[in-house]
Design a protein around this ligand. Structure first.
Ligand SMILES: NC(=O)C1=CN([C@@H]2O[C@H](COP(=O)(O)OP(=O)(O)OC[C@H]3O[C@@H](n4cnc5c(N)ncnc54)[C@H](O)[C@@H]3O)[C@@H](O)[C@H]2O)C=CC1
Ligand SMILES: O=C(O)CCC(=O)C(=O)O
Length: 421
């Protein structure tokens, strides 16, 4: 979680933030109080501890969580995060955002999320494998292709998904690729999944720029976070003619008003640290968010933009590749400044959308071309962006509340149809 130094009195606990977002949309909808209460809680949360043998022969006990928010629309779905600062409330919030994300783009899923408290950067490959397998064994009772389907998130990747799928398959004595998505291609991964989060985000940026009558070519972009989401978004936006002027990762931030040389940035990132791009380009990470750019892409962790810095944001569009980067007070400030925020549950829904395609392909055991995947993704993202935009106009809200309105309606309808509420 990124919390700015000059923290305000805002409650930045992600679970509280998620609940507030639900309340705002529910009020607009005049939703029945018991449905609001249902949506504000995960249906199931599992907290686990499991032992892992370390390379030096010692045994370390790891802790993790899996939260399943609401499965009215289908099996729960969402990533597994490995991070030293993970909390149960954070995982609960992330699972709630997954439900609304799947619902807003019309996927037949509920929301889930998992997390293991660990720093993968300090683990050897063998230790990382044993942590991954240990966690899946610990949560194996509540996951499955028709129950809850994990995927990658921060500091997890296709290799980790491969180990996890293997553990689950061995435990069940059956090859079960549909239990997890984001796998390596050779064991049932989908073409296009690795790029999908960024690709979906870029599609929403393209649609937003059209709405604002702004040209994409030459538009300046700052990106916070240079992992799966941020790095690929930078590449795709550069291919569309945007000028990537600033990027950051957990080690720091770099800025060149004339545009960074992306190939060099990628090279230093792969071989050294981002800051080896050149000392003259270093800026404070917090400055990146406040640059005078057309497009700001937070692609790291929660609470990047809060009441403490929102009034200094100058971007015209904020596309939330990360989950939960903007606090509710910041949302109000940004809306007052006329900044268009493409909310996380829409902007980063490309990842889970292609995860859905991967799961469908696994269940059929029949695989699609990358073109087919990307076209289906584009159809869903464009349609969803415009549905959210129209809903915002209809209800007189920002895009986040509009996205919640669409998803809450779908979830409430499903809960009613199943006779729950
Ligand atoms: N991978 C996926 O398919 C999806 C990811 N997301 C969200 O996107 C965000 C990023 O996830 P990934 O790119 O997958 O993770 P990743 O593990 O591939 O990359 C994370 C990046 O964030 C950077 N980072 C960490 N702390 C930072 C800080 N304090 N300031 C600046 N950068 C920092 C890391 O150095 C790394 O570059 C997360 O919020 C995640 O939940 C959302 C939807 C799908
Ligand atoms: O691909 C998925 O199933 C979920 C990805 C994810 O964790 C997210 O969208 O936040």
């Amino acid at each position: 979680m990124i919390v700015t130094k000059e923290d305000s009195k805002e409650n930045l606990n992600p679970y509280e933030v998620a609940k507030k977002q639900i309340e705002t949309a529910a009020e607009k909808l005049g939703l029945e109080p018991h449905i609001v209460e249902m949506l504000k809680r995960p249906m199931r949360v599992l907290s686990v501890s499991f032992p892992v043998k370390m390379d030096d022969g010692s045994i370390q006990i790891f802790e993790g969580y899996r939260s399943q928010h609401n499965d009215a629309l289908g099996p729960t779905k969402g990533g597994i995060r490995f991070h030293p600062d993970i909390t149960l409330d954070e995982v609960k919030a992330l699972s709630m955002w997954m439900s609304f994300k799947c619902a807003v783009v019309g996927l037949p899923y509920g929301g889930g999320k998992g997390g293991v408290i660990c720093d993968p950067r300090t683990l050897s490959t063998g230790e990382l494998e044993r942590v991954s397998r240990g966690f899946i064994e610990a949560i194996s009772q509540i996951i499955g292709p028709d129950k809850d389907i994990p995927a990658p998130d921060v500091y997890t990747n296709p290799q980790i998904m491969g180990w996890m799928m293997d553990t689950y398959s061995r435990m069940n004595h059956a090859f079960s690729p549909g239990v997890i998505t984001g796998k390596p291609l050779i064991i049932g991964g989908s073409k296009g999944r690795n790029e999908a989060t960024a690709r979906g985000c870029v599609i929403t940026i393209q649609e937003a720029m059209k709405k604002l009558h702004l040209p994409l070519k030459g538009a300046t972009v700052a990106i916070q976070g240079f992992g799966n989401a941020g790095r690929i978004a930078a590449k795709l936006l550069a291919e569309l003619g945007c000028k990537i002027v600033a990027v950051s990762d957990s080690t720091g931030a770099i800025y060149d008003p004339d545009g960074l040389n992306l190939a060099t940035v990628e090279h230093v990132k792969d071989h050294q640290t981002l800051l080896d791009y050149g000392a003259q380009y270093e800026i404070e990470p917090s400055q990146l968010l406040e640059l005078d750019v057309d497009i700001l892409v937070p692609a790291a962790l929660e609470n990047a933009i809060t009441a403490a810095n929102a009034d200094r944001i100058q971007a015209k569009i904020i596309a939330e590749a990360a989950n939960g980067p903007t606090s509710p007070e910041a949302d109000q400030i940004l809306s007052g400044k006329g900044i268009m925020v493409i909310p996380d549950i829409l902007a980063n829904a490309g990842g889970v959308t292609v995860s859905y395609f991967e799961w469908v392909q696994n269940l059929m055991n029949y695989y699609w071309s990358e073109e087919e995947v990307n076209q289906k993704l584009a159809d869903i993202m464009v349609r969803s962006f415009h549905a959210v935009h129209e809903t915002a106009e209809q209800y007189g809200t920002d895009l986040r509340t509009a996205a919640y309105i669409i998803s809450i309606k779908r979830m409430a309808e499903a809960m009613k149809a199943r006779g729950w509420v």
